[in-house]
Ligand binder design. Structure first.
Ligand code: RIB
Length: 288
């Protein structure tokens, strides 16, 4: 079972012709509401591909909170690590442009109260997947506890922020986009691995992904896509990578599956709507 510790948001998505510049107003077409949050999205991406997932996080005692937790249970995700706290649930305001690009503002709400790790690491949790939409000290505490239990720690360093060296040193796998890689002060994935993580993957949008597996550089070309909405593509990539690794697939194959899954996720509006099941992903890979 994978432990995913992270955020849950309700995403309010405005469809606009293009992302407004600072100070600019653009007229959009539709406003839709979706399940989101990087933690929840990655948990769902992994669960749809057949991984057993337990989610640790927090929702508010508002209407959104019940909806967010029910959506995880609908995906057969174990929510025994989910807390309900007083106040608002997380919410994200997202503009999606006609070319599929997005701009996101997150109001963390209850995500700021994501739980600390259990005192004794549960034996059934064989990997830990983290992101950066919950407080950094909580992320570090989870990474330390998992590492002490001999469990691999996987971090998607999104959204971008400075990472303490002690956290980087605990990572078995770091997943970043180009901006997050640059924020680490690393010129490439190999240089990022020199900061501590055993393996590093950089997603390159329409150019695929590149990885350092500790010994060699791996290239993953982009999969052809029908771009509707790129929201959640990075989450699908990371969740699919985690599912593939916990299922015992090689790193190269896991990267391939993650890239194809992320491409499929861009075909529908909403972070989770386009995430494939294992059957859908296998069919797409067969058709390549
Ligand atoms: O990565 C996409 C996610 O970022 C959205 O679902 C939104 O909630 C923000 O967390």
């Amino acid at each position: 079972m994978i432990a995913v510790t992270g955020s849950l948001n309700i995403d309010l998505v405005a469809r606009v012709p293009r992302i407004p510049r600072p100070g600019e107003t653009v007229l959009g077409s539709t406003l839709t509401r979706h399940q989101g949050g990087k933690g929840g999205n990655q948990a769902v991406a992994a669960a749809r591909l057949g991984a057993a997932v337990r989610f640790y996080g927090a929702v508010g005692d508002d209407g959104f909170g019940a909806e967010l937790s029910e959506a995880l249970r609908d995906e057969c995700i174990d929510t025994s690590g989910l807390r309900r706290v007083a106040g608002a649930s997380g919410c994200a305001l997202i503009s999606v442009a006609d070319d599929g690009e997005n701009a996101i503002s997150v109001l963390p709400g209850a995500n700021q109260h994501a739980p600390l790790p259990p005192g004794v690491w549960p034996r059934e949790l064989r990997a830990l997947l983290l992101q950066l939409e919950i407080p950094l000290p909580t992320v570090v505490a989870w990474a330390e506890r998992a590492h002490a239990a001999g469990v691999p720690v996987w971090l998607n360093a999104a959204p971008m922020q400075a990472l303490p060296p002690e956290l980087l040193a605990l990572l078995d796998l770091l997943v970043v986009n180009e901006g997050e890689l640059a924020a680490l002060g690393a010129a490439d994935v190999r240089a990022a691995a020199a900061l501590g993580p055993r393996r590093v993957v950089a997603t390159l949008g329409g150019r695929g992904a590149v990885a350092w597996d500790g010994r060699q550089l791996l290239q993953q070309p982009a999969h052809d896509i029908w771009m509707i909405d790129s929201t959640g593509a990075g989450d699908t990539f990371t969740g699919a990578l985690a599912a593939s690794l916990v299922q015992g697939r090689g790193f190269d194959e896991a990267l391939h599956r993650a890239g194809v899954a992320a491409a499929l996720a861009c075909g529908k509006v909403g972070a989770r709507e386009g995430m494939p099941t294992a059957t859908e992903l296998d069919a797409e890979i067969l058709a390549e």
